[in-house]
Ligand binder design. Structure first.
Ligand code: FMN
Length: 490
């Protein structure tokens, strides 16, 4: 029996088929079958123009009887996201995080990307080719020696017809294979046969991730030009396991994909910008510390947004559990003093954005050994001393960047405190946000939430921004920074 291979169709026809399949909630194969049946039954006349074909197909293929608006087929009303016209080849490795790859497919497609998927045989133990096929609207590619796919050297085509290869989850095994040049299955063969950029999102048990062999492989893949997103620290799927090895969340991977493929305007090209993010941890003794609820989400989003506009971003991050943003050079610190030293060393810069929630105080001397509870002695007395004020020191620094932006996280008197901060600390802009539980954002306030509502305080006055996601705040602030920097003569 003759068979039809969808990927051998013309790009234009394939795109039309993809849209029709999505509009009718069918796989591409199913959609093709319905259309061929209709053609055989003589229901499609000899129409020459694509829009007429679309119209005819639309009438034929809407099984629910509800008319599909023609605009749904023209592409005008389809989500034209940040990844429209981008082709992603997703390689799913055999790890527990493979289930997150299903969400990743959806997230990439909802931004307009066409997603093809290669699954290793181990990956098929965790998620099915059926789910992958339904979500990607194409069949999952699994076999290096597939008779239908390999007659035209399918592994080469798969890589040639993609703009970017994403490996998620990247298993210890897949990293080892690529680091050492193995090509023993379809996934590893595609990876070694490609000249396209590769993004890996590793996911594995913390002991596997910290094993010297994995560290070696990670380092050599980095040298070979592979970009990484994550892994992050946190709870593992296995019970009682926590540490570094959790796969970055699908939206973090999408942000990394967007950063790698972004061809948008780069008004910040050639500008060096320092960003601080996250909390600081001030030790009490080797096991205890003073911390705050900052998650680093806003600061990391700002670093990523500035990088997308072409800036050379140096992120100084306190201890967070989210992934380093792609395309950003990240330094990890724990304490406020370390953060100050890192920022000082990064000067001079064109701009600095201080988003980190730096602890105002630290203990005068952290104990060298764990402080013991001694019966009858009562609790220890902690003497606190002030931490360096990083914003103020850079705001008045002899190498002061042309633009200094501070954040004011307040629970009361938001604007008065922000205006005072602007004056005292030598900042050009203060991004003020209400971090109280009454802010109406998230169950425990802005800190840790994905949303934020900020006011921009400058000498010119106060600009109120509506509530939006932290990514949207970041994009808008990055655009404002770009505008300010291009009007500042340095
Ligand atoms: C239940 C289970 C969970 C696993 N989770 C992971 C994982 O998260 N990361 C990883 O690198 N390997 C994990 N492995 C091991 C891989 O499945 C194994 O190394 C496999 O050979 C990987 O094949 P692949 O790289 O071709 O997908 C797991 C194995 C099992 C049985």
């Amino acid at each position: 029996m003759a068979s039809i291979t969808i990927r051998n169709l013309d790009d234009e026809v394939k795109e039309l088929l993809r849209r029709l399949a999505a509009a009718n909630n069918r796989s591409m194969e199913e959609q093709a079958r319905v259309m061929i049946r209709a053609a055989v039954d003589g229901q499609v006349g000899p129409v020459g123009r694509l829009d007429q074909i679309e119209k005819a197909l639309q009438e034929l293929t809407n099984s629910q009887g509800t008319p599909i608006r023609a605009s749904a087929l023209t592409g005008k009303s389809l989500p034209r996201g940040t990844l429209s016209n981008k082709r992603i080849l997703l390689i799913i490795g055999g790890g527990i995080a493979a289930y997150k790859a299903l969400d990743l497919i959806r997230r990439l497609r909802e931004r307009g990307a066409a997603v093809r998927v290669v699954m290793t045989s181990a990956a098929q133990e965790f998620v099915t080719t059926l789910s992958v096929g339904a979500l990607s609207a194409d069949h999952a590619f699994t076999d290096l020696f597939d008779r239908n796919d390999e007659h035209d050297v399918g592994h080469i085509r798969l890589s040639r017809e993609a703009d970017l290869l994403v490996v998620a989850p990247a298993t210890a095994d897949l990293m080892a294979k690529l680091a050492n040049g193995h090509a023993s299955d379809l996934a590893s063969t595609v990876l070694i046969a490609t000249d396209k950029p590769v993004l890996m999102a590793p996911a594995m048990n913390p002991r596997m991730w910290s094993h010297p062999a994995t560290r070696r492989n990670r380092a050599s893949l980095g040298k070979d030009g592979i970009t990484f997103v994550g892994p992050t620290k946190g709870e593992m799927a296995e019970s009682n396991e926590a540490g570094e090895g959790r796969m970055a969340e699908p939206l973090e991977i999408v942000a990394a994909v967007e950063a790698l493929l972004d061809a948008g305007p780069k008004p910040l090209a050639g500008r060096k910008i320092i960003v601080t993010s996250g909390p600081t941890h001030e030790p009490i003794d080797p096991v205890r510390y003073i911390a705050n609820r900052s998650s680093g989400k806003q600061g990391h989003a700002i670093a990523a947004a500035l990088a997308r506009l072409g800036a050379d971003v140096r992120l100084v991050s306190g201890p967070v559990t989210i992934a380093d943003p792609a395309g950003v050079k990240t330094l990890h610190v724990e304490r406020a003093q370390e953060m100050r030293d890192a920022v000082e060393q990064l000067l001079p810069a064109d701009a600095a954005v201080f988003v980190a929630a730096v602890a105002d105080w630290r203990t005068e001397n952290s104990a060298g050994e764990k402080i013991k509870k001694v019966a009858g002695e009562g609790p220890p007395v902690l003497r606190m001393v002030e931490n360096p004020d990083i914003l103020a020191s850079v705001g008045h620094h002899e190498q002061r960047p042309a633009l200094v932006v501070g954040f004011a996280a307040e629970t009361q008197d938001l604007l008065r405190n922000a205006e005072a901060k602007l004056r005292k600390k030598g900042a050009d802009l203060i991004v003020a946000n209400d971090v109280s539980h009454q802010s109406g954002i998230g169950p425990s306030g802005v800190m840790g939430s994905d949303r934020n509502r900020v006011r921009i305080v400058s000498k010119a006055g106060v600009e109120e921004w509506p509530e939006m996601t932290k990514d949207e705040v970041a994009a808008r602030l990055a655009a404002l920074i770009a505008e300010r920097l291009t009007t500042i003569v340095v």
